[in-house]
Design a protein around this ligand. Sequence first.
Ligand SMILES: [Zn+2]
Length: 206
Amino acid sequence: MEFSSKLLENAVYEMSQLPGIGKRTALRLVLHLLKQPEERTQNLSNALLKLKQDVNYCKNCNNISDTEICEICANPKRDKSLVCVVEDVRDVMAIENTSQYQGLYHVLGGKISPMEGVGPQDLNIASLVKRVESGDVKELIFALSSTMEGDTTNFYIYKQLERFNVVTSTIARGISVGDELEYADEVTLGRSILNRVPFENSIKAG
Ligand SMILES: [Zn+2]
């Protein structure tokens, strides 16, 4: 792509560093912002910068939150004996949208992926083991996407928790293999949480 301006080229380059944004889309977005009042770009930059600088993760479940303990963890009506293990905040939002789940969450921040150099120590797994160790958790529900990385992560956590008296289950695989949790429709997702199966069964089946 040949640019008539270095300023334009830089802006397009930065925009194209975002996932799913190719050079053409980046150029379209940049030209769009250029046509808008300056305030638009100011607001966008400010919102992103403020998020990056001030973001806080719940001390209990690692969900993104404006308070030390997130609203879900702080809600006395939620069942604290039930913890759903998810990859990131998108999964929490998807499951909350179903209104079928009354337990708490644990946000791992990713999945174990040797290919991408992500090991167990890079994820919020130690804090999950601590939560189970404290004795409040009776059941863990694995809700990671059914990819090889998701399965590896589930199994790793399962092994870490074997010595504790905790039930492990996995959301029913009505969701076809490879589908990301965030794209599952609410009814299917809600049903698969209610119809979850013991994790042991999913190992034998898989
Ligand atoms: Zn929380």
